[in-house]
Design a protein around this ligand. Structure first.
Ligand code: NAD
Ligand code: DAU
Length: 342
């Protein structure tokens, strides 16, 4: 049994691998990652000594890279690899189209030819676009992406469904809401705000700060992904949410209270272009079919996440400075190609 995980050096993929290699010691987990600015092998340090874990550096857009790394008889591909930050897609969408669309199609073609058992594709609630007040995004609603990032994730989903419909590839799509937790790159709202708050630095609030996001702890998400991988119905899409839409300002006030810092750190800045007002995901299907529901209450998950960032300030500093690339050099004796950083 081998699982081919793409993007496993990122935030969610690394949580999935840390869980899976420990819980399933008889399964080989291959972490296939291009190690862009967002990929950090330090995220795998707790498990990288285990015999059922293997890292291969490669690009999902490259047939040659993927073919060289994917084993015969692979039981599943779990595709996390993506450009994931909305603001970056607004600055330039090219890499998003390349990795998120072309990369997904490359993996689909190879999965089909190599007769991979199952293709799990990780998507996002952003494909549904902004919800009205009190509206919840369910699996059967039309897709209506707003940002270049969301548009690229929507295109990828269509290609996954096409591979299932046309070629009978066993595929499952998950759409997750905003994840938070340890090891998240500090360009995203919560890790940025936590590390700024811990140092008494201002926290940028886009526009009026009244946008709503549905927060889920990353460990709740990866538990759901394990269930979908093993028991999800072929060809289906499952929503994985925290059932917890909160306004950004409210999230940040909870955070500031938890770390004992004043609300005066909140600094309104120019709004994100095309900023979606509300995401809220209906995850009743996965509860009804597979018995999964989120277990980590937001304030509890936030408290443990704050503690992780407090205890791992060196990780944040190394991530911000790009120093974490040294870890790759020490492990593999090579220079990582991409040393860009936030
Ligand atoms: P991330 O940015 O932290 O990590 C992405 C990983 O993909 C990195 O390790 C990076 O090196 C790798 N990667 C990028 N381009 C690659 C390429 N061409 N080939 C191989 N590897 C490549 O992302 P994340 O936050 O962990 O998100 C993982 C997935 O979940 C993404 O598909 C994202 O769209 C989706 N998602 C994320 C969230 C969230 O809140 N973070 C919510 C919903 C869905
Ligand atoms: O909804 C799922 C999506 O969540 C994922 O698909 C994306 O990969 C992930 O990046 C995330 O997208 P968001 O745009 O919602 O996350 P971000 O952390 O960038 O922003 C969360 C909210 O906070 C959003 O309304 C913008 C706002 N924001 C963000 C930053 C970085 C601020 O107000 N200030 C900031 O500095």
């Amino acid at each position: 049994m081998a699982i081919f995980v793409t993007g496993g050096a990122g935030f969610i993929g690394s949580q999935f691998i840390r869980d899976t290699v420990v819980q399933n010691p008889d399964e080989l987990v291959i972490n296939f990652d291009a190690l862009t600015y967002a990929g950090n092998l330090e995220n795998l340090a707790p498990v990288d000594h285990l015999p059922n874990y293997r890292m291969v550096k490669g690009d999902i857009c490259s047939d040659a890279d993927v073919l060289a790394a994917i084993p015969d008889g692979c039981s599943a591909v779990v595709n996390f690899a993506a450009e994931s930050h909305v603001d970056r897609s607004i600055l330039s969408a090219t890499e998003f189209v390349k990795t998120n669309v072309l990369g997904t199609q490359t993996l689909l073609d190879i999965a089909r030819h190599k007769k991979v058992g199952r293709f799990v594709h990780i998507s996002t609630d952003e494909v549904g676009g902004s919800m009205e007040p009190n509206q919840w995004f369910s699996e059967d609603m039309p897709l209506n992406p707003s940002s270049p990032y969301a548009a690229s994730k929507t295109a990828a989903e269509h290609l996954v469904r096409a591979a299932h419909h046309t070629f009978g590839l066993d595929t499952v799509i998950t759409r997750t809401s905003n994840n938070y937790g340890p090891y998240q790159f500090p360009e995203k709202l919560l890790p940025l705000a936590i590390s700024n708050a811990l140092h008494g630095r201002n926290i940028p609030v886009y526009g009026d700060g009244l946008q709503e996001r549905d927060w889920i702890h990353v460990a709740d998400n990866t538990r759901a992904l394990g269930i979908v991988l093993r028991r999800g119905r072929s060809g289906q899409t499952y929503h994985i949410g925290g059932r917890n839409p909160l306004k950004n300002l409210d999230v940040l006030k909870i955070l500031l209270k938890a770390v004992g810092q004043p609300e005066s750190l909140l600094t309104h800045v120019t709004d994100r272009l095309g900023h979606d007002r509300r995401y809220a995901i209906d995850c009743s299907k996965i509860l009804a079919e597979l018995g999964w529901e989120p277990e980590i209450p937001f304030e509890e998950g936030l408290a443990s996440t704050i503690k992780w960032y407090q205890d791992n300030q060196k990780w944040v500093e190394r991530t911000r400075s790009g120093e974490y690339k040294e870890y790759y050099r020490r492990m593999y004796g090579e220079t990582s190609a991409d040393t860009t950083n936030a």
